[in-house]
Design a protein around this ligand. Structure first.
Ligand SMILES: Cc1cc2nc3c(=O)[nH]c(=O)nc-3n(C[C@H](O)[C@H](O)[C@H](O)COP(=O)(O)OP(=O)(O)OC[C@H]3O[C@@H](n4cnc5c(N)ncnc54)[C@H](O)[C@@H]3O)c2cc1C
Length: 410
């Protein structure tokens, strides 16, 4: 089918795939985006959604270049300037304040549905991206110079490069035969929107406890969105409690911070796992976002890693085109794969180790000593924050504030 040829075909219009579609189309590539389900329209009159993300400053810079951050930040979002981490024993909390690290903010809490809908409107309305939705990837046929992407609708798209942004159970990853390491944590992340006696003053608060951390992320109206990591059986029990019982257990778990829990909306829980693909590219195809990796949500880094993948890949493809190269060549994709895999491996194993450290009661002395060291060390705090903010030395240039125009000129 001669009229369905693209530079890039992206499978999956989640937050990461849609961002990549926008970045690449704004850089002059022809882009097709295939998505199984159209995202739900964001309704600002409805209550805050259950799924929110802490968007790092680096990710906000990437979303700005994708042309969507202005629309997102004009809605109900909550920037935060302080992070408070407690070790669940009785030692002093670790405090991270944005101004102390020359940052305007540490991050912004945004509902996933707002990000998804804003991106979808952008890519489907500007005419820059051809959207195939609802439709699904059926199969990929690989070739030396291009791949053929067959959809459930029987449409056939031809692409110089295929991008798998189709989430943790990626069909694209299976199609290219990339192996993945997988750890099921036997834990679930319980999420809900809750109100305490005192409003959240704009602090991302986290307490590490045996069984998993509890996080309160600030919302625009003074309530908090919680992620409470519990062993699966315990998460099921917490889900089954009535609202008053749940509020009282949550008050105990978060005692000493902003008073009692007074209100709680619907609750849901998500099984947690770590997945790391052995490489992110093969046969004119790359993996980005959860299709390539999933990490424990204790540092809220999952989608931030995905936005950095989107930025890193865009930079590699712009460079390749400048050099007159083939954007689907093994050399180009290898450089993306090596740099991004190393970054997500560091993050995934960092979260893995931190999780284990807090899970084992016998290690409480080690934990306290570690807290004391980090509390006193500006260097360690700075290293930690730069990475969490997505602007550390090895972050993509787009995350550090470069524009697409600058990349296309250089
Ligand atoms: C409890 C919890 C809390 C979290 N909190 C944070 C946080 O604070 N900060 C953070 O950075 N991350 C957080 N994360 C992680 C974050 O939610 C994920 O990393 C992110 O949603 C992944 O986005 P994605 O676009 O890569 O994949 P997905 O959101 O999974 O999108 C994949 C898309 O592909 C589509 N698709 C799948 N298969 C096909 C197919 N065959 N054909 C066509 N389309 C297809 C799907 O419909 C979907 O739209 C959290 C995760 C959990 C579980």
């Amino acid at each position: 089918m001669s009229d369905l040829n693209y530079d890039v075909v992206i499978i999956g219009a989640g937050m990461v795939g849609a961002t990549t579609a926008s970045l690449l189309s704004r850089s002059g590539f022809t882009v097709a985006l295939v998505e199984a389900h159209k995202p739900q329209e964001f309704d600002s009159d409805a209550d805050v959604g259950l799924r929110v993300s802490a968007i790092s400053p680096g990710s906000a810079a990437v979303l700005e270049q994708a042309g969507v951050w202005k629309a997102i930040s004009a809605q109900r979002v909550r920037p935060y300037r302080r992070m408070q981490v407690e070790d669940g024993i009785d030692s002093e909390p670790l405090l991270f304040d944005a101004p102390a690290f020359n940052l305007e903010r540490l991050g912004t809490i945004v509902e996933n549905s707002l990000t998804q809908w804003s991106l979808w409107q952008l890519v489907s309305n500007t005419g820059l991206v051809d959207c195939y939705c609802p439709d699904r990837l059926k199969a990929i046929e690989f070739d030396d110079t291009h791949n053929r992407v067959l959809l459930n609708s029987d449409k056939m798209l031809t692409a110089t490069l295929v991008i798998g942004a189709d989430g943790a159970r990626s069909r694209v990853r299976k199609a290219i035969g990339v192996r993945q390491d997988y750890w099921a944590y036997n834990q679930q992340g319980l999420v809900a929107v809750v109100g305490k006696q005192k409003p959240n003053p704009g602090v991302a608060w986290q307490r590490f406890m045996p069984g998993g951390p509890l996080a309160f992320l600030p919302l625009e109206d003074g309530r908090s969105s919680i992620v409470w990591t519990r062993p699966s059986i315990e998460a099921e029990r917490l889900l089954a409690l009535d609202t008053d019982e749940f509020c009282s257990e949550l008050s105990i778990a978060s005692s000493g911070w902003l008073g009692e829990v007074e209100s709680c909306g619907p609750r849901a829980a998500f099984p947690l796992s770590m997945r790391l693909s052995e490489c992110y590219a093969a046969q004119r195809t790359v993996l980005i976002g959860d299709a390539a990796h999933t990490v424990h949500p204790l540092a809220g880094q999952g989608v931030n890693l995905g936005f950095a993948d989107a930025a890193g890949l865009t930079e590699s493809l712009i460079r390749a085109r400048h050099a007159g190269g083939d954007i689907g060549s093994a050399k180009v994709l290898q450089s993306y794969s090596v740099s991004r895999r190393s970054e997500s491996e560091t993050m995934a194993f960092g979260m893995h180790s931190l999780r284990s450290l807090f899970d084992i009661e016998a290690l409480s002395v080690v934990r306290q000593a570690g807290f004391a060291v980090v509390r006193r060390s500006w260097t360690l705090k700075d290293m930690f924050l730069q990475r969490a903010a997505g602007v550390a030395g090895n972050a993509p240039r787009l995350a550090k504030g470069a524009s697409l125009q600058e990349l296309m000129r250089s």
